[in-house]
Design a binder for this molecule. Structure first.
Ligand code: ATP
Ligand code: MG
Length: 499
């Protein structure tokens, strides 16, 4: 592509309403423009990145044997009434009616539609298992759209839904999807982690999320230092105090604790640790019955003797330093951006919507389902969040809008540079390299800063001086000094870099 035919829409100023770096850089690089809260146009430069992510996702889903279809974005209310979600789904569901007053919604997800398709198209166990997927625009009226396309209202999702005769078959496909997602996120060049998202038994894998690690992530992920345990903190159980209670060693007595209200203040005052303290919350109004008078605290209180035995429930999120729930190592907490989610649905939708098939004995059975989502547009923002510096974006090769920036110095004045750069452009294009030729009449400094801002990972400069020696100047966007590469070797050199 030539920049004379692909005008950039870069901005000098950082837009004031963009909070996170990926949103700022995507606006400044001219990838996106906002139309309304959480609703964006993808400009040509941004769309090239989005399409590359989409291509990787599609290739890997096809490789896994999933079947692509395309469901409608607008869905009839009747299907949602059947599943029960018309009532359950809150204001995130955008509802409207047509000219005949029939109710519809703009799909935030597609379980209902796919289950309807499956019950109509699949009759026999012989047609199972099957895994359908689509890459399609979703709408969720998010309460707080923010961070650009990271948490948008309209966004691009890959969603897949698998159908099975039994749980074992579902687990096979679930495993394949886990591997497929790992390949997808590895190929996009992102640093990611798969984390447990269910609150079930340890090691349970009913649901897992894939997170790109980045400080701006909205989710907190707990990792173990001693094993590969990783879970969303929302779902990781805080450890219950495990030790048996020591025998009573002191009588219960009320002591004066003037002005000491918080556990911290009390620990200081009584010289005890927080795990020896008990906070009482009074829910009903009859304060007169309560021994805890203001300005006094009880010491020497024993479970069983002075209080009924405690019931342990998990109220707080885990924090760094808590023991890992699998008993190996301690937890550390990092921030993550959820880019994918795989889920064993079971029979929730197939039962409600009577999606059945005939089994080997000719008996009608309800299908078992799995669902698998990827936030295609969110991946683009997550990639920027993870790959940038003060000058702009640094795209991983696989999803860069262009792989190589070809920058001629003073092309307008120098016939030699012009000829050399045209020949190079032709050679690179023929070799399948995705090259952006900056044929604008602008100063070298402008070329460099624009290419850095939009994040082209490799740069080749063509100048008079180097041409005398048949050399070209190469520089990687990700750090490192520039170096000279012989003209005769440049194609294989770049191919080596891009491999
Ligand atoms: P979140 O907790 O971030 O709202 P979710 O659990 O609602 O996500 P899913 O219903 O599992 O998301 O959707 C599948 C994928 O779609 C998510 O893993 C995420 O990558 C993406 N996604 C969900 N909501 C949004 C959004 N508002 N903007 C962009 N991508 C989104
Ligand atoms: Mg959500």
């Amino acid at each position: 592509m030539r920049l004379s035919q692909f005008p950039l829409s870069t901005l000098k100023e950082t837009p004031a309403d963009a909070e996170v770096i990926s949103h700022q850089l995507m606006l400044r690089a001219g990838m996106l423009r906002k139309q309304a809260a959480g609703i964006y146009t993808w400009l040509p430069l941004g769309l090239r990145v989005l399409r590359k992510v989409e291509h990787i996702v599609r290739e890997e889903m096809d490789r896994a044997g999933a079947l692509e279809l395309l469901m409608p974005a607008v869905q009839p209310a009747e299907l949602w009434q059947e599943s029960g979600r018309w009532e359950q789904y809150g204001p995130e569901l955008l509802r409207f009616h047509d000219r005949h007053q029939r109710e519809f919604c703009f799909g935030p997800t597609h379980e209902e539609v796919i289950t309807d398709i499956a019950r109509r198209e699949i009759r026999s166990y012989k047609q199972l298992p099957v895994n359908y997927y689509q890459i399609q625009t979703k709408f969720r009226d998010e309460i707080r759209p923010r961070f650009g396309v990271m948490r948008a209202r309209e966004f691009l999702m890959k969603d897949a839904y698998s159908f099975h005769t039994d749980q074992a078959s579902l687990e096979d496909t679930y495993r394949i999807m886990y591997e497929t997602y790992s390949r997808i996120f590895t190929r996009t060049g992102l640093e990611y982690r798969a984390v447990r998202a269910d609150s079930g038994a340890i090691g349970g894998s009913l649901s897992q999320e894939f997170h790109v690690l980045a400080d701006s992530g909205e989710d907190a992920i707990a990792f173990s230092t001693g094993s590969d345990f990783a879970g969303n903190v929302e779902t990781v159980e805080a450890p219950a105090p495990g030790d048996a209670q020591a025998a009573p060693g002191a009588d219960m007595q009320a002591v004066d604790t003037p002005g000491k209200h918080s556990i911290e203040e009390l620990c200081d005052f009584l010289a005890v640790t927080a795990d020896r303290c008990l906070k009482t919350l009074i829910v009903s109004g009859s304060e007169a019955d309560v021994v805890n008078e203001d300005g006094k605290h009880l010491t020497g209180v024993n479970w069983g003797r002075d209080l009924p035995e405690a019931e342990v429930v998990d109220l707080r999120n885990v924090v760094a330093g808590d023991p890992s729930p699998d008993g190996q190592g301690e937890l550390v907490i990092a921030r993550g951006i959820e880019v994918g989610h795989i889920f064993q649905l079971g029979r929730k939708y197939s039962e409600a919507m009577q999606a059945t098939v005939l089994d080997e004995q000719g008996k009608e059975i309800t299908m078992v389902m799995g669902c698998y989502g990827i936030g295609v547009s969110r991946i683009v923002a997550a990639a920027v969040e993870q790959n940038h510096d003060d000058s702009g974006i640094i795209w991983p090769d696989a999803i860069a809008p262009f792989q190589v920036a070809l920058l001629p110095m003073n092309m307008k004045k120098s016939q030699r540079v012009r000829e050399a750069v045209e020949a190079l452009y032709a050679d690179m294009t023929a070799a399948g390299i995705d090259v952006l030729l900056d044929d604008r009449a602008v100063r070298p400094g402008v070329m460099f800063s624009d290419m850095e801002l939009i994040g082209i990972p490799h740069r080749v400069v063509v100048g008079e001086k180097n041409l005398d020696q048949e050399l070209l100047e190469y520089k990687a966007r990700r750090g490192g000094d520039s170096r000279d590469v012989p003209r005769s070797e440049i194609i294989s050199f770049l191919q080596g870099k891009l491999a």
